[in-house]
Design a protein around this ligand. Structure first.
Ligand SMILES: Nc1ncnc2c1ncn2[C@@H]1O[C@H](COP(=O)(O)OP(=O)(O)OP(=O)(O)O)[C@@H](O)[C@H]1O
Length: 248
């Protein structure tokens, strides 16, 4: 079980020459139960990616505590969190020059896997495996391809907590349908928790719980029946222009 207790994240406000701070996350508490599928959604700039990075250990909260099975991991590095079983797929994945797709999948699996085994992960994310397995994970891959390869590495990793930041970004409609199935299968077969940041109603629809984050705060959490109607009802509301002022 992963618990976030009163997480806040502040950064210096450049507009005030760093004399003041901007609150990106404000006192966010949430629990990710074992085997639970949670989707975090909310308006752009609300703090969702920051929260995911805090879980992965990429950012450190200004205050608050993160517990994993009761162990305080707030000050733990990304590598140590990964060893504990927390994996994270970036909104914009990183490229690794000189490393092939096969190497990356083997590294992710943490053990020797066959080419056939690696190809299976690629097929799951809608890539024709033979076209990609020997390719380098460099700038020659398109945004959608690299995104799918990264999702395949998370599948290979089979960790206790898998965090995906907007997995749908850059993915075409056909592959998107596949992706939904991948997440459903992951949820059924993997004994771990899945946390997805998404704006897509179809991903929200397959979640056990939905969390709404806006303006750095946890605004609502509950089942899709509890959260979706209100969310869809407010989706057309005009965006606020005084967001920056509200953050203070
Ligand atoms: N290190 C930082 N310094 C300054 N501002 C930051 C920093 N990190 C995040 N922000 C700001 O905090 C806000 C929240 O960013 P974040 O990426 O977490 O939002 P998000 O909810 O994931 O948005 P989106 O839906 O657009 O991906 C944004 O306005 C962003 O510009």
């Amino acid at each position: 079980m992963l618990e976030l207790k009163n997480i806040s994240f502040q950064v210096p406000d450049e507009k005030t020459r760093n004399t003041k701070e901007i609150g990106i996350l404000k006192d966010v508490s949430l629990t990710l139960e074992d085997n639970q599928f949670v989707v975090i959604t909310g308006p752009n700039g609300g703090g969702k990616s920051t929260l995911a990075k805090i879980i992965a250990g990429i950012e450190k909260p200004t205050s608050g505590q993160i517990l994993f099975d009761g162990q305080d991991i707030t000050d733990m590095s990304i590598t140590d969190r990964a060893k504990l079983g927390i994996s994270y797929a970036f909104q914009q994945p990183v490229r690794f020059k000189g490393v092939t797709v096969f190497d990356l999948l083997r590294l992710a699996a943490g053990k020797e896997i066959s080419v056939a085994g690696a190809c299976e992960y690629l097929s799951k994310v809608g890539l024709c495996a033979k076209d990609y397995i020997r390719r380098e994970v460099n700038g020659s891959l398109s945004g959608g391809e690299i995104k799918r390869i990264e999702i395949a590495t998370i599948l290979a990793r089979k960790t206790r907590v898998s965090v995906f930041d907007e997995p749908e970004a850059g993915i075409d409609l056909w592959s998107f349908q596949n992706l939904i199935q991948v997440f459903e299968e992951m949820h059924e077969q993997l004994h771990g928790s899945i946390l997805i940041i998404s704006h897509q109603e179809r991903i929200l629809n397959i979640a056990d719980r939905i969390i709404l984050i806006a303006d750095g705060k946890l605004v609502k959490k509950g089942t899709k029946e509890e959260v979706l109607p209100e969310l869809l009802g407010t989706a057309n509301a005009a965006p606020s222009c005084d967001k920056a002022a509200n953050r203070k």
